[in-house]
Design a protein around this ligand. Structure first.
Ligand code: NAI
Length: 243
């Protein structure tokens, strides 16, 4: 039996997919730490919801694209909790547009928030997991990172980068009992997709509906709790969608 309470950190956990993941982990008994960028009220609501579900929770305001801010956050987490069992690199943004017209700023913002952030957060946390000789790192990629998508060259590059990162890190950390996997969601009903043509998206999904944030949370739970002999994998949770 586990004598300690397991600790999970979810980046970008104040809404959408990250929120569903955080609430699910809290319900499963994890001390769940939620990172968020700016919306204090939304983060506090998630913490309250997790506490009502019987979980122990705390929110950390930090731009995961800022290495100094991430260091402050991870130092504080490691000092207070001493261990981290699950890390979900979920924070992400889109700045869509045709490549030919894409500004350097939109390229860099997306690469920094969606890919560099995983480097900044995972480095200190993986050190803790290596010492523990256990842990599960789950990177939220995208089907765009697997298949590509017009209008999303920046986003697809970052999400494909996360897949390469996942596979390489998995091989480095396997001898220490730490697993690293990626989830590639298809179209999930969140703020990120609310501006897109719902009917058009749905028409291309064999299961005939957009995914819900809870569909991704279920996959995270599988990697966190059950998939002890699974590492370096990319799980598409996309209703059968393949471009
Ligand atoms: P969302 O826009 O609803 O939520 C994104 C979260 O990331 C928000 O909580 C936001 O505050 C946080 N965030 C953004 N920049 C941040 C920063 N610099 N520092 C800290 N937190 C930051 O999006 P959604 O849909 O919940 O997406 C979550 C993840 O899933 C993202 O990585 C996204 O790329 C990925 N994804 C989403 C899909 C979808 O259809 N919704 C499909 C494939 C992947």
């Amino acid at each position: 039996m586990t004598e300690y309470k397991k600790v999970a950190l979810v980046t970008g956990g104040s809404r959408g997919i990250g929120k569903a993941i955080a609430i699910d982990l809290a319900k499963s008994g994890y001390i769940t730490l939620v990172n968020y960028a700016s919306n204090d009220a939304a983060a506090n609501e998630v913490v309250e919801e997790m506490q009502q579900a019987g979980g122990c929770a705390k929110a950390y305001k930090c731009n995961v694209g800022d290495p100094l801010a991430v260091k402050e956050m991870t130092d504080s987490i490691i000092k207070d909790y001493k261990r981290v069992d699950v890390l979900v690199n979920n924070a992400g943004i889109t700045r869509d547009g045709l490549f030919i017209k894409m500004s350097e700023e939109n390229w860099e913002d997306v690469i920094n928030t969606n890919l560099n952030s995983a480097f900044y957060v995972t480095k200190p946390i993986s050190r803790v997991m290596m010492k523990q000789r256990s842990g599960s790192i789950i990177n939220i990629s995208s089907v765009c990172g697997v298949y590509g998508n017009p209008g999303q060259a920046n986003y697809s590059a970052a999400k494909a980068g996360l897949i390469g990162f996942t596979k390489s890190l998995a091989k480095e950390l396997a001898p220490r009992g730490v697993t690293v996997n990626a989830i590639a969601p298809g179209f999930i009903a969140t703020d990120m997709t609310s501006g897109l043509d719902q009917e058009k998206m749905q028409a291309n999904i064999p299961l005939g509906r957009l995914g819900q944030p809870e569909d991704i949370a279920n996959a995270v739970k599988y990697f966190a709790d059950s998939a002890k002999y699974v590492t370096a994998q990319v799980l598409e949770v996309a209703g059968g969608l393949a471009f």
